[in-house]
Ligand binder design. Sequence first.
Ligand code: SF4
Length: 293
Amino acid sequence: MSRSRFVQQAMGLGPQWQAREGWFDQHPAELEKQALLQTAQVQQAEMAATISSLEPEQPSTPMPAVELPRSANLPPVAVNVTTAPVSAPEAANPAILISPAVEVAIPSWDQLEQNVANCQRCQLCNTRSQTVFGRGNPQARWMLIGEAPGEHEDRQGEPFVGKAGQLLDNMLAAAGLDRDRDVYIANVLKCRPPGNRNPAPEEILACQDYLQQQIRHVQPTLILALGRFAVQTLLQTEQTIGRLRGQLHQYQGIPLIATYHPAYLLRNLPDKAKAWQDMVLAKQQFARLSQSV
Ligand code: SF4
């Protein structure tokens, strides 16, 4: 007997009222409360299902990690740096406009080479012997970019052959660089302009994304731009090489050194010394950039 019941009996208050087992569960008020609770749970479940049907579907496989370019983590450069504008300046020569790279998926290296080989985007496909995709090591940390194939390149399918190519090889060798191991060489245009004329604006525009895709594949630490067209195209400027050389520029975040084209140096021997100075500057910058990666 509980203490409270003992006290009640002792005081003559008789037995305490006891509810039958299950009395509370069957009480009308309790039944109504349970019914309301069930209705609320059903409404809650229906609302959750409606919300989940409005959410975008999640991919069944995780997105692949985006690999940053090898030059993306480079620290700020402490020397005189100019940066190519993202959008074309109004004063720029339309012949040298090149749009910034768009972060979209790019074809594989082999597919890219095949795309170039089959390309008919501009009129140069009618006069070329073959396309000239590039040459060298696609994993190289140096990328050399020239203007367009000449007569020898068009015939052999490689950039920088003939006397200009030999001069470039000699300069690379003097700098301790091997053409096939340490650098990748490409041109702004992949097809030869007839008679070695200057590239036309529409030809550069038609061909520009091939070069951009090559650069994104190679991810060079340093670009050496050879000759006026390559330099002006990449930096979107009309300034001369004489004004642009001797300093570090940027092409879409990649350090770039401007220098003369080997074919020009064959005709202008006094500028060979300047080209060598540019190569020395490029070596110094490359060493500095490599240390800081
Ligand atoms: S120059 Fe470039 S765009 Fe023109 S046909 Fe050759 S690969 Fe195509």
